[in-house]
Design a protein around this ligand. Structure first.
Ligand code: SAM
Length: 451
């Protein structure tokens, strides 16, 4: 692997950079695999994975080898997320900076494919999480990953950061995991080396400033901004911290780290803002940078005065949905097209604001569609954390689960009608058992194609 000469040159004076071990770890071909458990779905699978704990994230585990995640049905059930261990440091940062997670409004601005968002969803379980991705095609994978994670307090938006100025709501925590030149991922993805250049670093640095500039008004006074990249370049890391601090709107925050973790604390040149660097030759994880700030000035976000109401179900529809899912009574129920959806009640107004001002890809959990006397259950419901024990269930083994996930025909001994397909006690989705066959309702677009 040939690392760009200009990158190596530019890092010579950067704290923590050690050229020979940095080169060696890139040459070694060693790969670190880590997963983060979904605490709401982990109980049944926590014994399945044995490996070293990730010191800065209690839900994180280093795996001794990389299994084929595609062929593990519990992966498709949302039991865990495969994520770089360094990125999981967000858990430690957020635990220290926002020790009380209750009732917080959180924005993950650059969210696809959803690593940080699923982590935030596990931490802010009764907050509001807005997970945004500007690139439309990347928003689909974000929808898939967050749907599998199962929370009902998440809104996925597909907007440019500047739209949040007119988003109608402001946030207590904003995470900006910025698009960057990507040098931190070279070990994992050597192909990315060919796209790296000093010009690209400059381009990313300007884009990072623009993204931050666009979103700062949406952060509440005393709110926390977390900025992260997977780049080693000062222009995208400490220099961005300096640029942020120069406005006078922020106080830079320290995060306590244990010496044994081998994370390198740096200070930006001008404003001495602390930042945290992760080097793959010093710890088990990829290249990563994170810094945190508290805002000293009030938020400012406009929105339409008049809210466009989300469609409410009619009285008889309410009754039908509640009979289908009694837990629905504790949620805000609304209708999108023919689909009934649930959202955490306490965030109903915020959802109305977001729906009036931004482009929403998905909010809360889809329950299903009324078809005469029947409700066709939504796949999202099967993936959700809502109580589902009253539905018929059919347990499947690994082969049957993989057939189901491939959307193939199944022969199972089931009760008639709708059944949840259960693998290791976790729902994978729905089937409908007819007198002479079983219809597989696994979503076409998520099915396993790999043989
Ligand atoms: N947070 C994600 C995770 O943990 O899985 C990774 C985010 S990735 C580093 C950066 C994201 O920013 C990408 O999904 C990219 O599409 C998005 N992005 C690209 N240009 C952007 C822009 N101008 N404003 C906001 N986001 C942008």
């Amino acid at each position: 692997m040939t690392l760009p000469h200009e990158l190596i040159q530019s890092l010579q004076s950067v704290k923590g950079f050690q050229e020979s071990s940095f080169r060696a770890v890139h040459e070694s071909g060693e790969q670190v695999t880590a997963i983060r458990l979904n605490p709401a779905k982990q109980s049944v699978i926590q014994d399945k994975f044995t490996g070293q704990a990730i010191p800065w994230c209690p839900l994180g585990i280093y795996l001794n080898e990389r299994p084929s995640f595609t062929f593990d049905p519990s992966f498709h059930a949302g039991a865990y997320y495969v994520q770089d261990a360094s990125s999981m440091f967000l858990w430690e940062a957020i635990s220290q900076l926002v020790p009380d997670p209750r009732n917080k409004k959180v924005l993950d601005l650059c969210a696809a494919p959803g690593g940080k968002s699923t982590l935030l969803a596990s931490y802010f379980t009764d907050g509001l999480l807005v997970s945004n991705e500007v690139i439309k095609s990347r928003a689909s994978i974000l929808v898939e990953n967050l749907t599998k994670w199962g929370n009902s307090n998440v809104v996925i938006t597909n907007n440019d950061p500047v739209h949040f100025r007119q988003g109608g709501i402001t946030f207590d925590v904003i995470v900006v995991d910025a698009p960057c030149s990507g040098s931190g991922l070279f070990r994992k993805d050597p192909d990315a080396i060919s796209e790296w250049s000093l010009d690209h670093v400059q381009h990313c640095s300007l884009r990072q400033q623009r993204i931050l500039d666009d979103i700062i008004p949406s952060l509440n006074e005393n709110g926390i901004l977390i900025y992260a990249t997977c780049s080693y370049s000062l222009e995208e890391d400490e220099m961005i911290a300096d640029w942020l601090m120069s406005s006078g709107e922020f106080e830079a925050l320290s995060i306590a780290i244990s010496e044994q973790w081998n994370i390198v604390q740096t200070f930006s040149e001008k404003m001495k803002a602390p930042g945290y660097r992760f080097y793959p030759d010093r710890l088990k994880g990829e290249g990563f940078f994170i810094a945190a700030f508290r805002k000293k000035t009030p938020a400012f976000a406009l929105g339409k005065g008049k809210l466009s109401a989300l469609k409410s179900p009619q009285k008889h529809e309410f009754a039908q949905v509640h009979e289908f899912l009694s837990a629905a009574e504790n949620f805000y129920l609304f209708k999108q097209g023919d689909q009934f959806r649930l959202f955490d009640k306490q965030w109903q107004e915020e959802l109305q604001q977001l729906a009036s001002n931004l482009y929403i890809r998905k909010a809360g959990v889809g329950i299903g569609e009324i078809k005469g006397k029947d409700i066709i259950p939504a796949h999202e419901l099967a993936m959700s954390l809502l109580p589902l024990a009253h539905f018929n269930q059919v347990a499947v083994n690994t082969d049957e689960a993989l057939k189901y996930l491939r959307r193939q025909d199944l022969q199972l001994d089931t009760s008639k009608g709708w059944n949840l397909v259960m693998y290791e006690h976790l729902p994978l989705g729905w089937i409908k058992a007819l007198p002479n066959r079983i219809n597989n309702y696994y979503p076409q677009e998520w099915r396993i194609l790999k043989q």
